[in-house]
Design a protein around this ligand. Structure first.
Ligand code: SAM
Ligand code: ZN
Length: 306
């Protein structure tokens, strides 16, 4: 069975991670803003969307914005604040490998800062292929193992096997996105060629590529103003998009084909995450018409974890 990086088990408040990371947050949003500029539609899923950090980027462009995350506690804790600012948002606790959406009903989706937690990369891209309609977009941010600092370090320390296409598991550290002493976490960095191959094998083509967070260095962040850092970041993103220098890479990809299903009713998009059967939904309960499994809406969050 594929392991899941369960933030609820780690009792991790991911919001705290962003307290001193305004540069990284804004650098990422520069890319997302550009990518989302000409995107619109009905269903958009922020896969592993946590407390909705990126919600404002796609909220106005889609009629059914969905934040999906395995951590039901994160969704429940942030529900009130999130819905106050963005009331039409739907919150779903689910496993990204088994999402509760019918085939080809999603117009757009994104995975940002989540792929490092997903050890079955083919499984996740297959699932995104299944739910996305032809011509739909999928935005992917991933941790790049071939960034300039890593390459230099590996050359000087002769760790040449790290140059392979295989994902690179970062050595375990204490307090690694919520882990405590002795706990291990899935934390993978990827080779750009490995990701490109998987994307293309799963019926998507890459429309655009950007490097992101070029200046992620504590010393620089201390001596330069945020405004100046972001100015340089913008230029580097634009002119070095051909490279793999930065620690984070963001792709805009498009599903092959063109078969808009135009589903604009949230409940019509949903299905059983296990057998993909239809659901009979009555208020806070959804029952699978095929396998009889029951799913509940708990404190405003649909619990479809499977
Ligand atoms: C580092 S956070 C990123 C959150 C958000 N995308 C952002 O950029 O602010 C990773 C998130 O992925 C979620 N996650 C990890 N594995 C998952 C899985 N198998 N299915 C759904 N969510 C998952 C975690 O619960 C966590 O909220
Ligand atoms: Zn079922």
């Amino acid at each position: 069975m594929v392991k899941i990086s369960d933030y609820d088990k780690f009792d991790y408040n991911y919001k705290n991670y962003w307290k001193d990371r305004e540069y990284e947050d804004k650098a990422e949003k520069i890319v997302l803003e550009g990518y989302l500029q000409n995107m619109q539609g009905n269903v958009f899923v922020d896969i592993g969307g946590s407390f909705g950090r990126n919600l404002e980027m796609y909220y106005e462009k889609y009629s059914i914005p969905i934040v999906l995350d395995y951590s039901i506690r994160t969704l429940q804790k942030n529900k009130e604040e999130l819905l106050k600012r963005h009331p039409k948002t739907k919150l779903i606790a689910a496993n990204a490998y088994k999402m509760p959406f019918k085939n080809e009903t999603v117009d757009g989706s994104m995975i940002v800062r989540v792929l490092h937690h997903l050890e079955d990369q083919n499984g996740i891209f297959k699932e995104i292929d299944r739910i996305t309609q032809g011509g739909g977009f999928f935005i992917l941010e991933y941790a790049n193992k071939m960034h300039i600092k890593a390459i230099l370090k590996w050359i000087f320390t002769l760790r040449l096997k790290n140059f392979s296409l295989n994902p690179y598991q970062q050595p375990n550290q204490e307090n690694f996105e919520g882990t405590k002493k002795g706990q291990t976490a899935i934390f993978l960095n990827y080779h750009p060629k490995y990701i490109k191959k998987l994307i293309e094998q799963n019926n998507f083509s890459i429309v655009s590529k950007r490097n992101c967070s070029f200046l992620r260095m504590e010393k620089l962040k201390k001596i330069l103003s945020l405004k100046f850092l972001l100015k340089i970041e913008r230029l580097l993103q634009k002119f070095l998009s051909w490279s793999n220098f930065a620690p984070s890479i963001v792709l805009k990809t498009k599903k092959l084909g063109n078969n808009s299903n135009n589903v604009d009713d949230f409940e019509k998009v949903l299905c059983c995450p296990d057998c993909k059967g239809g659901l009979n939904i009555q208020e806070n309960t959804a029952k699978c018409v095929r396998c009889d499994k029951i799913f509940k809406n708990k404190l405003g969050v649909w619990d479809f974890r499977a």
